[in-house]
Design a protein around this ligand. Structure first.
Ligand SMILES: Cc1cc2nc3c(=O)[nH]c(=O)nc-3n(C[C@H](O)[C@H](O)[C@H](O)COP(=O)(O)OP(=O)(O)OC[C@H]3O[C@@H](n4cnc5c(N)ncnc54)[C@H](O)[C@@H]3O)c2cc1C
Length: 410
């Protein structure tokens, strides 16, 4: 008899896993459970095209509306999984019912870290994770006014760009010394600082939001840790995300900043897998465990987990990949350019005109690369990261030398 596959988390990783299970697993029963009211969708447009009003709502979904029925995927929306009974191999649901599984995938994603300061529950304090959040933010930004953003990470910067698009005044409050410090380090952080300042965004680095004050239930003012008082009609909170590990925790699976999985994305229980933002996975390219909150990771890891569930060869050998669009800057980043993980940065092209590639090097090997407003080169950058062999810095910096030919002696 065919095995039953149950997936908890109906978003990109879960939907892509369901697709692979159907394409490579025959006609086995597949149940896809999600606590949101919408069928699986992609989140990047929520802070970009959809928030800006350029993308139609229908364009964000992973599959056509009829895809689930046509492929016999039992998609159940607005359904919350509350517990896993590993002995009985059943997932308990909030309505008191349960679903039996032979193999279970947890693709429960992550949730915005909450701002825990006085006044954080005032009206006008907004987070961005779901479609409805993007719609609420768009409505608020369209009214204009003073926007204060807590956090200069990706969400903070992309919403800053959107807020400027709608003509709002924008101040970003960030404890680190520059934007994206933890994600990119100071060198590229400075590029994003200059970009946003050129578009009229004010930054307050080395400060945190310490209190929100309001009137009539709505936020009016932000106090920072340095004592500054900033007028605010809208506060956007973008201070990171936390993996949704409660189900795994309570079921006794190994959890350590995400659900711990091996290179086939299998948890400490061989019948249970994890993929996407929630998984802390052994990555064979980096040769270590890593948890990443990237669209490309959800896209790649859902199918890997599905193959593992089917007992097919499955290895998570993905080069971390991320993209962002802010104003007229589009970029892709491969690898993990976090401070401490590299020695220096080499540039190819014109940084001032925002058409360049930045390479982060450890020793003479490329550990990460970002192409800014230059396209069709990310595969070559990923190949350099995978190779991990010494490169000639002069050739790396020279746009005339093809990237596959920058190795020492190449
Ligand atoms: C606004 C925004 C913009 C982004 N932009 C980019 C970008 O430009 N580039 C990039 O690389 N990445 C971007 N990301 C990150 C990317 O979207 C995520 O990495 C990706 O969504 C992760 O997919 P996932 O399927 O693992 O998890 P999620 O998308 O978080 O989905 C998990 C789903 O599981 C549901 N769930 C959780 N617990 C339960 C439960 N107990 N029962 C039932 N359902 C449950 C959740 O509600 C959710 O629907 C962005 C993220 C956001 C929020």
């Amino acid at each position: 008899m065919a095995e039953t596959f149950v997936i908890v988390g109906a978003s990109l990783a879960g939907a892509k896993a369901a697709q692979t299970l159907r394409e490579e697993g025959g006609d086995a029963p597949i149940v896809l459970l999600g606590d949101e009211p919408d069928r699986p969708y992609e989140r990047p447009p929520l802070s970009k095209g959809y928030l800006l009003g350029n993308d139609e709502r229908e364009s964000v979904f992973v599959h056509r509306p009829g895809w689930y029925r046509e492929n016999d995927v039992d998609l159940r929306l607005s359904v919350t999984a509350t517990a896993i009974d590993r002995q009985a191999r059943r997932v308990r649901l909030a309505d008191g019912s349960s679903v039996g599984y032979d193999k279970l995938l947890l693709s429960t994603g992550s949730s915005p870290r909450q701002l825990r300061v006085p006044g954080a529950d005032l009206g006008g304090v907004l987070y961005l994770r779901r479609l409805s959040d993007s719609e609420a933010l768009k409505a608020a930004l369209s009214r204009g006014g003073q926007v204060v953003i807590a956090g200069a990470g990706w969400i903070g910067l992309e919403t800053a760009s959107a807020a400027r698009h709608y003509g709002c005044d924008v101040t970003v409050v960030e404890p680190a010394p520059c934007p994206l410090y933890a994600a990119l380090g100071p060198e590229l952080g400075a590029v994003f600082e200059d970009l946003h300042r050129a578009h009229g965004v004010a930054f307050r680095f080395g400060e945190g939001v310490s209190e929100l004050r309001g009137g009539d239930g709505a936020v009016r003012q932000v106090l920072t840790s340095s004592g500054a008082q900033l007028a605010a009609d809208i506060v956007i909170v973008g201070i990171g995300a936390v993996p949704n590990t409660a189900l795994a925790d309570e079921a006794g699976l190994d959890v350590d900043n995400g659900i711990v999985v091996d290179q086939s994305l299998r948890t400490s229980d061989p019948a249970i897998f994890a993929a996407g933002d929630v998984a802390s996975a052994f990555n064979t390219v980096l040769n270590r465990r890593i948890r990443v909150e990237h669209w490309g990771n959800a896209l790649a890891s859902g199918p890997v987990a599905a193959r593992g569930m089917l007992g097919l060869p499955a290895t998570y050998d993905w080069v971390p990949y991320f993209f962002s669009d802010q104003y007229d800057l589009g970029m892709e980043t491969a690898g993990v350019p976090e401070p401490g993980g590299y020695d220096d940065v080499v540039y190819r092209g014109d940084k001032e005109s925002l058409e360049f590639i930045a390479f982060w090097l450890r020793g003479d090997a490329v550990v990460a690369g970002m192409n800014v407003n230059i396209w069709d080169v990310n595969d070559d950058i990923q190949a350099l990261i995978r190779a991990g062999t010494p490169v000639d810095r002069g050739r790396l910096a020279d746009p005339a030398v093809p990237l596959p030919e920058v190795a020492v002696g190449g």
